[in-house]
Design a protein. Sequence first.
Length: 286
Amino acid sequence: MDPTILITGATGTIGSELSRELLKKGVKPRVGVRDFEKVESLGLGPADNIILNYEDDSSIREAFKGIDKLFLLLPGLEPIEKAQLGIKLINLAKGAGVEHIVDLSTMRSVDDPKSPHLVVEKYLETSGLNYTHLCPNWFNQNFSNFFLKPIKQFKRFGIYTADAKVSFIDVRDIAAIAAKALLSDDLLNQTITLTGPESISFKEAIETISQIADIEIKCDAGNEEDTRAFLKLCNWEEKGINRMVELLRQTSEGFYADVYPDIQKVLGRPPISFEEYAKDYKECFV
């Protein structure tokens, strides 16, 4: 018998991909959302939709009723607020009888003392619940989501650390690993670091998109201020821009360059490459 699974962040990039992955496997997840219409627009109609309001504990308790396994994806909040919400959700999940939490963290969270994900990971490990930490690197899909507007409209990419190497990961691989963790006990109480098969620079990524989509995209950010202007074109708010600039500083120091073998070990196949991603998402850029 399949476990009863609740997916938080179900209308986001990863949550929606995970929902589709489970539905393909014949498993109907419960998805916690604020807006039922957005679920329908993402093609998640067969899922069991329930309103989940993090500011309303009664809403959370209702969503957690009868749940065996929880996919925990925290929203974009300030670090302290994110950590506090993670701890609250773990406590409420435990009180509701949830047995296993698969939490979405970040690559090298253990090396970042400012990371709220690290706080949540450590709390979960001492909660008495089974856990699986998923620690992905930067997503391939950031280019077709967060960075898309200036790439598509202005044919430019303005990240000043364009030569920094990153082992970009595809969200479809994250969803496949998350589904494996939720549908079996193979990954209980483990940390899985998720990267692509190679480390490439932002510039190389843009060159790949340019070649496959047959468009010319310029990498033209000379400094941090140019990058801030670029992110404003992406409709980012100031808090998000500040966090991204901090991440880019880490990137320039090689923080996200390492390649890990975890996907090959768990799925028995190599991760999706950036070139494969660019081919599959070609129409987004033209």
